[in-house]
Ligand binder design. Structure first.
Ligand code: SF4
Ligand code: SF4
Length: 365
């Protein structure tokens, strides 16, 4: 397992993101299935486990604490996050998190999903002072933030100062088309180490078009498609952890094969990837990462990421929207355009507009 020095810890470059754990028919975490993933990773050198107050409706933290109970506390690092929208009472949240995790301290603590509309709340509501005090008391070892916003907001965070690390969305698609490269460079210049989230963009970069995959397979027939995305990020020295939200043991095995002895892309391989990426990009209409931040507040109980997936397929094929939507009790047709979802979306997707377009398409095909 590739290891890196990160805030004086030796951490595995591959980290486990606990937001897409396997669930049972009741929607609750399938403890046995999810714990099997953790065991496989731990036993192969993964020692960084990321969760958050809001993941799996609050269940993820309790799961992570229970699943890691078999292992010595000092042999792994846990990261979790305070989300001011989910519950502004940072003191209550923090105490609840320690209880859920059943731990005395948290290795990496983050302000969750800094956005252009939430940055001022995070910086003025007293939470930073409170978390810095917890750091002084040893209950937080390192304090940082996760980020989904503009470069101006990133500058504001950097200038505020005192951060041990930052977590950003970085993958070859965002590197080429969005601000990922500029964010990486700003943080690196400021001396702030980086944790990467969404390295395969919520699974979008795990499956490309047949033509694109053929080009990559021609270069390395034995590399999986997600492996290209990870190897692209491995080129970046200031990235200390790459989080992957693994849902199956098979995914864990595939990732382990990349991170145990795997090498970063060469310059020629990176060039090839960015070339095929430009082609692939033309096929994506709604850049949804399936993070599900939007779903909880939807008064019509619409499975919004599923609708985004249907929308992307529809834009690609120009048909099939009606049939795909029919299968869902609550669908784009039920959207009342309240906008609650868009406020939560880190990818700034105009969800009501897409719902309207999808509903119209479903009516006509
Ligand atoms: S705009 Fe539509 S999809 Fe979004 S929260 Fe409101 S009803 Fe749900
Ligand atoms: S629409 Fe936005 S908030 Fe909802 S799952 Fe997709 S990326 Fe996440």
């Amino acid at each position: 397992m590739i290891k890196k020095s990160f805030c004086k810890n030796e951490v595995s470059l591959l980290g486990m993101g606990n937001m897409r754990l396997p669930v049972g028919a009741d929607g609750k975490i399938d403890f046995e299935g999810a714990a099997a993933i953790i065991d496989r990773l731990y036993n192969n050198g993964v020692n960084y486990y990321d969760t958050a107050y809001v993941y799996h409706g609050g269940e993820s933290e309790s799961f992570v604490g229970a699943a890691l109970k078999n292992y010595p506390r000092e042999s792994f690092c846990v990261a979790t996050k305070y989300n001011c929208r989910a519950n502004p009472d940072y003191e209550a949240v923090f105490n609840e998190q320690l209880k859920r995790l059943d731990m005395d301290y948290i290795d990496y603590y983050l302000l969750h999903a800094i956005g252009d509309s939430t940055v001022d709340t995070y910086l003025t509501n007293g939470c930073v002072e409170f978390f810095r005090e917890q750091k002084r008391l040893g209950k937080i070892k390192h304090l940082g933030f996760s980020f989904h916003a503009s470069l101006d907001t990133l500058r504001k965070m950097i200038d505020f100062g005192g951060w041990d690390f930052a977590q950003i969305q970085l993958n070859y698609l965002d590197w080429l088309l969005n601000d990922a490269k500029a964010q990486y460079e700003m943080l690196t210049e400021a001396g702030i180490p980086i944790v990467v989230m969404e390295p395969v963009r919520g699974g979008r970069l795990a499956k490309l078009t047949p033509e694109t995959e053929a080009e990559l397979k021609a270069a390395h027939f034995d590399w999986s498609i997600p492996s290209w995305a990870f190897r692209f990020i491995m080129r970046l020295e200031n990235v200390k952890v790459i989080l992957s939200g693994m849902s199956t043991v098979e995914q864990a095995d595939d990732n382990l094969a990349t991170f145990i002895g795997g090498k970063p892309l060469s310059d020629d391989e990176a060039e090839l990837l960015l070339k095929v990426c430009a082609e692939f990009k033309k096929q994506i209409s709604a850049p949804c990462t399936a993070c599900r931040y939007c779903t909880e507040g939807c008064p019509m109980e619409i499975d919004i990421p599923e609708m985004m997936e249907i929308y992307n397929r529809y834009k690609l094929n120009g048909r099939g929207a009606a049939k795909a939507i029919e299968k869902h009790e609550h669908s784009a047709k039920d959207c009342i355009a309240c906008g609650a979802c868009s406020e939560q979306c880190p990818q700034s997707i105009d969800i009501p507009a897409i719902m309207a377009e999808l509903a119209e398409a479903a009516g006509s095909n």
